[in-house]
Design a protein around this ligand. Structure first.
Ligand code: BDR
Ligand code: CA
Length: 312
C-alpha cells in the first residue's frame, strides 16, 4: 500500500481524482490538503469534504492550506469550473470537520514522522502548499518518495497563456521551489491530459455505474466539458487530474522521459512555463520524469471500474 498526501483545488477533475484514490485499496490517503486555485480556498476546503462524504469517507483528514500564492495575487478559473468550482452537480453541505492544523504543517509533520521514502505527494492544483512546506522545512524534500503532479506542458503548450498551464501559472515560485528541491518528480502535463478526452462512449460508461454517484459524475463532466470542447474543438473535454492517481495505480499506462524541467518565473510572456529539455539539448541535471503518452482507453477503463466500487 502506497501512502499518499493529496493537495488539491476541486475542481470537477480534482474531485474525480480524489474519488479514484479513495476507491483504490492500493493507496492509503494520509490526508487531503486544500489549495487555492480553480476557486478560492474557502470553497476548495468545502468541496474536498463534499467529495469525501460522497465516497462515504468522512474519516479522511482534510486540511486548509495557503489562501494565496507565494508571490502575486491568486488567479482563479470560475470560467471553467463554475462559481462553486464543482458546478454541474449539487452535493449537500459537508458535516465532517476540517482539521485544525494548517495544511503546510501537516505536510511537514507527516514527512518527518513517516519513514523516509515512503510518502508520495500528489499535487492536483497550484503547488503553493508543497512549495511553502519545502521552504519552511527543506529537510522534507529528500524524505518524499516522489511528487506526482498535474501541471505544465511541453509540445502541447499552455492553457492559460500560450506558454503556461494553469496550475504552474498560478504559483510559478512554488513550482520552482519543488522542481529545485531534489525530490523525485513525475510531471503529468497537458501533453497527456489532452489525450484523455471525455468522449460520449466514456461518459456513457460512467452513466452505466448508476445511482446518485453516476448522476454526479456525469453532471460534473458535462459541465466541465462545455467549455473545453468549444476551446479545443475536440470530441469531449480533457480530464486532467485523475491521471496523477491512475499513474500510481497503473504506471504501465504511461510513458515519458527523465529530463530537466525548469520553471520560468521572470518573463511576462512565458511566466509559469515548464521549460522541458525533452531532447537533452542542455546538460542541466535531470530532475523530473516528464510523461508524454497515455493509453487513454486503459485509463478510462481503470477509472470507471474503480469509481463503480463507490456506488452505494
Ligand atoms: C488544471 O487546472 C485546473 O483547471 C484543473 O483542475 C487541472 O488541475 C489543468 O490545467
Ligand atoms: Ca486541479
Amino acid at each position: 500500500v502506497e501512502k499518499i498526501i493529496i493537495d488539491t483545488d476541486p475542481g470537477q477533475d480534482d474531485a474525480l481524482a480524489i474519488l479514484l484514490a479513495l476507491a483504490s485499496p492500493e493507496l492509503e490517503v494520509l490526508g487531503i490538503v486544500a489549495a487555492a486555485g480553480n476557486v478560492p480556498l474557502s470553497l476548495t476546503t468545502v468541496n474536498i469534504r463534499k467529495v469525501c462524504e460522497l465516497a462515504g469517507r468522512s474519516d479522511v483528514k482534510v486540511f486548509a492550506g495557503c489562501s494565496q500564492p507565494m508571490a502575486g495575487p491568486l488567479v482563479t478559473a470560475e470560467y471553467v469550473h463554475g462559481a462553486t468550482g464543482m458546478d454541474g452537480a449539487d452535493l449537500p453541505d459537508p458535516t465532517m470537520r476540517l482539521q485544525e492544523q494548517h495544511g503546510v504543517d501537516f505536510i511537514i509533520d507527516t514527512l518527518m514522522r513517516e519513514p523516509a521514502g515512503t510518502v508520495t505527494v500528489c499535487t492536483l492544483g497550484p503547488m503553493t502548499n508543497l512549495g511553502q512546506a519545502i521552504t519552511k522545512a527543506p529537510e522534507i524534500a529528500t524524505r518524499i518518495k516522489r511528487v506526482v503532479l498535474m501541471g505544465g506542458g511541453c509540445f502541447e503548450g499552455g492553457n492559460i497563456t500560450p506558454a503556461a498551464e494553469f496550475n504552474i501559472y498560478v504559483d510559478p515560485e512554488a513550482a520552482a521551489v519543488v522542481f529545485a528541491s531534489g525530490a523525485p518528480i513525475v510531471v503529468m502535463p497537458l501533453d497527456v491530459t489532452h489525450k484523455t478526452l471525455t468522449t460520449r462512449p466514456r461518459v456513457e460508461a460512467f452513466k452505466a455505474i448508476g445511482g446518485q454517484l453516476a448522476e454526479v459524475l456525469v453532471g460534473w463532466l458535462d459541465y466541465f466539458e462545455r467549455f473545453d470542447v468549444a476551446k479545443y474543438g475536440s470530441d469531449g473535454g480533457p480530464l486532467h487530474d485523475p491521471n496523477v492517481i491512475a499513474y500510481l495505480l497503473k504506471p504501465e499506462l504511461y510513458s515519458g522521459r527523465h529530463c530537466n524541467v525548469e520553471i520560468e518565473v521572470n518573463s511576462p510572456l512565458t511566466r509559469g512555463m515548464t521549460v522541458t529539455d525533452w531532447w537533452g539539448v542542455t546538460d542541466r541535471p535531470k530532475n523530473a520524469t516528464f510523461i508524454r503518452d497515455v493509453d487513454a482507453d486503459g485509463f478510462y477503463a481503470l477509472l470507471t471500474e474503480r469509481l463503480s466500487r463507490l456506488r452505494r
